[in-house]
Design a protein around this ligand. Structure first.
Ligand SMILES: [Zn+2]
Ligand SMILES: [Zn+2]
Length: 309
């Protein structure tokens, strides 16, 4: 394996959990896409998106290209991506970018960039229980699963279909994941724990298993189970593997490219002469009045859409 590839691997592992880094503005080697191509790509993407978004919300969720500003960003993994923000003063490292797996957003300044050779996922504490759904499972097969022996399998096997609650939770790293609980469990109840006696028995059994069969669980799993045993084996568990950490990379460098629809040369020439304070105040008042008018119009449209539903 080449030295460069080895280095890249080491870097990927070291930055498994991106720290909240301070991104810097700097030229990034390489070239931005051609403006016509960037615009065409956005128009195609936006046309698809607009099919499922009400017209009144287009300015917020599917804006036309003329308010968007193009940037190039370099991530901790070394990859360079082109992104768009609403205006040239909305910096990409301050924005929240999508988590495509959980349909949520990553913490500010992180972007999803998948690499096969990423670091292993680690356990993170659960900090918040969010949206709740339900999922039904069929009865388990008679044949043992998970490499279990028949006797153990028969003890834990579900012979009827069953339904569990499925929650979207936020982990300590700021990422989202999903966790199951019993159907009637609510976050306010807190996790159920085993009795002190059961806890002692479980600890003794697991420690004996690990002593006699050191390879039965990986170090990571064993440490996780030790922590959970020390907490009284909480159900639902109080920590979960984060599969997002290894793929979420912080933006470390950003470079402004241009407006997605370049401003006219005339406007650029205009900025040469500095407007007076009075002129700026007048323009600001006009812009504020226009914003108020648009907000009222939008509120009315949203109201109309709602009553039409
Ligand atoms: Zn990457
Ligand atoms: Zn994470």
């Amino acid at each position: 394996m080449s030295e460069a590839l080895n280095d890249a691997r080491r870097t990927l592992k070291a930055e498994a959990t991106p720290a909240a880094s301070v991104a810097i503005a700097r030229r990034i080697p390489g070239k931005a896409k051609a403006q016509t191509e960037a615009l065409r790509d956005y128009e195609a993407f936006n046309a698809k998106r607009r099919e499922r978004i009400p017209v009144a919300l287009w300015p917020f969720w599917a804006p036309g290209p003329d308010t968007l500003y193009r940037w190039r960003v370099r991530l901790t993994c070394g990859c360079v991506h082109e992104v768009l923000t609403h205006g040239n003063d909305a910096f990409p490292a301050e924005g929240r970018w999508p988590d495509p797996v959980h349909r949520s957003y990553l913490p500010p300044g992180q972007m999803w960039c998948r690499h096969d050779e990423s670091a292993n996922e680690q356990y993170q504490g659960v900090v918040e229980w969010g949206a709740r759904g339900e999922r039904t499972f069929p009865a388990d097969p008679m044949e043992p699963l998970y490499d279990l022996d028949v006797e153990t399998w028969m003890k834990i096997r579900h012979d009827e279909p069953r339904t569990s609650a499925l929650w979207t939770v936020t982990l300590a790293c700021g990422h989202a994941t999903e966790m199951f609980s019993d159907l009637d469990w609510q976050p306010l109840d807190g996790p159920k724990r085993v009795s002190a006696e059961q806890q002692r028995e479980m600890i003794a059994e697991f420690e004996q298993l690990w002593a006699t069969d050191p390879g039965s669980d990986s170090d990571r799993e064993r440490e996780h189970m030790r922590r959970q045993l020390a907490e009284g084996w909480p159900r639902p568990a109080t920590e979960q593997l984060c599969y997002t950490c290894p793929q979420a990379r912080a933006i470390v460098v950003y470079q402004g490219v241009d407006w997605l629809v370049p401003r006219k040369k005339v406007e650029k020439a205009d900025t040469g002469s500095r407007p007076s304070r009075k002129q700026i105040e007048q323009r600001l008042a006009k812009a504020q009045a226009e914003q108020k008018r648009l907000e009222e119009q939008l509120a009315e449209l949203v109201q109309q859409d709602r009553s039409a539903e």
